[in-house]
Write a protein that binds this ligand. Structure first.
Ligand code: C5P
Length: 299
């Protein structure tokens, strides 16, 4: 029973193929998840009184409600119920991943809380499988546990390995205002954006070889048109990043964060300098990938 600190990465979707809305209210996906080294940290310390408390700190703290709707709170409560225990916990979330940005920041906090609370409460690995709990908490939570690069199917919760080599450099343009994931999916339905549910063989080959040019040429996001329709300034953001030297630009997930793949880290500055001039860009940041999934770090 001790304080545990967990680091957990943001994700981007190198490919996101979206099918027609199902009866369960979700869209079937085939996606290639990829973790980038923009990370939240989740710290869990046991409480003697049985309460679960969560507190968010950092730049985005004011955009998160520290109540029972917080995904980290829900993760702790779900784990406690399934483990059949009644300990309490104080959770501090040090937020670096933007809120409502299309990078699964809330999901990262849920995954981080599962790992941090399990360790803090002394739940042994193998005693409770965290993956089914993660899938109950949200479509992107299992991948935040896993990290690296993986193919996701179903709602995105069924993960499969994909051979992946190489390290990549990105510039992220975080927008001045977030986008709601359900709203983007609704607009996707209205625009009739359903694509072929597949992953391009060219992308699979690019990952296997670690070839950055092939990777740039095979990025795909079926939600991009819906995100741009809701936020037309994203079109300019994408154009400016590519004109400044990125190999490719793509809306991340449901947006509005735009991600730009650069040939090498030295090329990132020029892209970042051009993007930061745009009124719709709140800030830019460099990222490297792939990154590890939720893992315990020394305090
Ligand atoms: O699973 P999660 O809570 O992250 O999903 C948020 C919302 O995004 C869902 O309520 C649904 O409207 C939409 N969604 C979807 N299809 C998916 C994943 C999410 O329609 N595969």
């Amino acid at each position: 029973m001790s304080e545990v600190r967990v680091r957990v990465p943001a994700k981007i979707n190198l490919s996101l193929a979206v099918g027609a809305l199902g009866a369960d209210g979700y869209h079937p996906l085939i996606t290639v998840f990829h973790a980038v080294d923009v990370c939240d940290e989740v710290i869990a310390s046991p409480r003697a009184d049985g309460e679960i408390r969560v507190r968010t700190v950092g730049e985005f703290a004011s955009e998160v409600s520290d109540d029972r709707t917080h995904l980290a709170w829900r993760a702790a409560a779900l784990l406690r119920e399934r483990a059949g225990i009644n300990q309490g916990v104080d959770i501090v979330v040090e937020k670096t991943i933007s809120v409502a940005g299309g990078m699964a920041g809330g999901s990262a906090d849920a995954a981080g809380a599962l790992v941090a609370c399990a360790a803090s409460w002394g739940i042994a690995a193998g005693e409770v499988d965290l993956y089914p709990l993660a899938a109950e908490l949200g479509s992107d939570v299992p991948f935040a546990l896993r990290g690296g690069t993986a193919i996701g199917t179903g709602r995105g919760t069924q993960l499969a390995d994909v051979e992946s080599h190489g390290q990549f450099s990105w510039v992220l343009a975080v927008a001045d205002e977030g986008l709601s994931t359900p709203a983007v999916y609704r607009r996707f339905d209205e625009l009739n954006g359903v694509g072929v549910l597949d992953v391009a063989p060219r992308l699979i080959a690019a990952l296997a070889s670690g070839n950055v040019y092939e990777l740039a040429a095979s990025l795909r996001n079926d939600l991009q048109a819906a995100a741009i329709d809701l936020r037309p300034s994203l079109r300019e953001t994408l154009d400016v990043g590519v004109r400044a030297g990125a190999l490719a630009g793509l809306v991340s997930g449901s947006g509005p964060t735009c991600v730009f793949l650069v040939e090498q880290p030295a090329h990132a500055d020029a892209v970042a300098e051009a993007l930061v001039e745009l009124a719709q860009v709140r800030f830019v940041r460099h990222a490297a990938s792939p990154a590890r999934g939720a893992h315990i770090v020394d305090a």
